[in-house]
Design a protein around this ligand. Structure first.
Ligand SMILES: *Cc1c(COP(=O)(O)O)cnc(C)c1O
Length: 381
């Protein structure tokens, strides 16, 4: 495969999106530079209103990044030492980092082999295991991995039965729906990220929380500005400095205007991948009534590292999300996990491979990727 003369394909094509946004984006940035309200300027308020309306949630509270969004929600609920917070072992580290930061115990549960999302049965096992270990089951943070919403109907029922705060980690899934309901309306609150590679990304770090709970929203608004009370130098609680920059809000307003169209494009591209790859690779199952935003298009293959190497030689970048389950990370290996182990998280971490994905992936490039995957998984060295 050496001597390949075909152009390199982008893993996520942010430059195509920037070309599409064109002068509107430059003008939006220029307006902020001119009014100079860089912190909590008018665009932040406008974006929060637009995002709440888009999601169908009562409140949107923006903040500095998706990790802070998770931390702020746990702080608002006073979750801390002695509390167990159930998280999937197969996710980005921030999901477990947030409970650890507030002094609570992240408790690892397994995921489902076909959706890759939190397994409700494993959550039940975790709740029982935490109680036996003398921890207070306090919260659960399901993750919508690769843009696919978790099994919220079952998870909400379990959370309700055990009095758990359900904080959805929608960092990868903003825009996705379940039976027409958007991410941002499941559980008690939803944390999202606007990291550039997420489906709705800004040009730096950014995040937000969604909730229908007026009291929780008010606490979050205080926490993100140093626990501010009614006046600027009135501090009623210990908080953070975690605001979304006005510039990022202005950029996100422009991107939100084309987001529905991009979600449709992502789903068209995912459908082509699924049709082309189902015979050679395992695919993430999408339940009826669920619409993913395909933050990643991830396949399951045997001999993953060799497949990735062959694709690289063919000019096709790939990524592994995630190669090591969190329970085996040096910083997290002392936190508890379900008594019966995390076999699915272990297996997925060995077999997952994410392919180039963006709303701007053209047909010719996608055919090349599909052909290359066929060649890579069937050819033996
Ligand atoms: C990206 C991500 C986060 C954290 O978002 P940041 O904005 O990078 O802090 C949290 N959880 C998951 C699942 C993510 O993918």
């Amino acid at each position: 495969m050496s001597g390949n003369l075909q152009p390199q394909i982008a893993f996520i094509d942010l430059k195509a999106q920037r070309r599409r946004l064109g002068d509107n984006l430059d003008r939006a940035i220029g307006r902020v530079l001119d009014h100079a309200g860089f912190i909590m300027g008018p665009e932040v308020r406008d974006l929060e209103a637009a995002l709440a309306a888009f999601a169908g949630a009562r409140h949107c509270v923006t903040c500095a990044n998706g990790t802070d969004a998770l931390v702020l929600a746990l702080m608002a609920r006073r979750i801390g030492p002695g509390d167990a917070v159930f998280v999937p072992a197969f996710t980005f580290v921030a999901t477990a980092e947030a409970p650890a930061i507030v002094g609570a115990t992240p408790y690892f549960v397994d995921v489902d082999p076909v959706s890759f999302n939190m397994d409700p049965k494993s959550l039940e096992d975790g709740i029982a295991g935490a109680r036996r270990a003398g921890l207070e089951p306090a919260a659960v943070i399901p993750v919508d991995l690769f843009g696919l919403p978790a099994a919220y109907q079952q998870l909400e029922e379990i959370a309700h039965r055990h009095g758990l705060f359900l904080l959805a980690d929608g960092a990868q899934s903003f825009g996705a729906t379940v039976d027409g309901r958007r991410v941002g309306t499941f559980g008690s609150a939803t944390a999202v990220s606007f990291f550039p590679a997420k489906p709705l990304g800004c040009y730096g770090d950014g995040g937000a929380l969604f909730t229908d709970d007026d009291g929780l929203a008010a606490t979050l608004r205080s926490l993100r500005v140093h626990g501010q009370g009614s006046g600027k130098y009135d501090n009623v609680r210990v908080g953070l400095n975690s605001r979304l920059d006005t510039l990022q809000a202005a950029i996100l307003l422009e991107k939100l205007a084309i987001f529905e169209d991009e979600i449709a494009a992502r789903n068209r591209i995912a459908a082509v991948y699924r049709a082309g790859l189902s015979s050679v690779a395992g695919l993430q199952a999408v339940p009826d009534g669920v619409c993913s935003v395909w933050a990643q298009f991830t396949i399951l293959v045997n001999g993953r590292d060799l497949v990735a190497e062959r694709l690289k030689a063919a000019g096709i970048p790939t990524a592994v999300y995630y190669p090591i389950p969190l329970n085996r990370q040096a910083g997290y290996q002392n936190f508890p996990s379900v008594p019966n182990g995390l076999p699915v998280s272990e297996q997925l971490s060995q077999r997952v491979l994410s392919l180039p994905m963006s709303p701007y992936l053209d047909e010719a490039s996608q055919s090349r990727i599909i052909d290359a995957v066929h060649a890579a998984v069937t050819t033996r060295p």
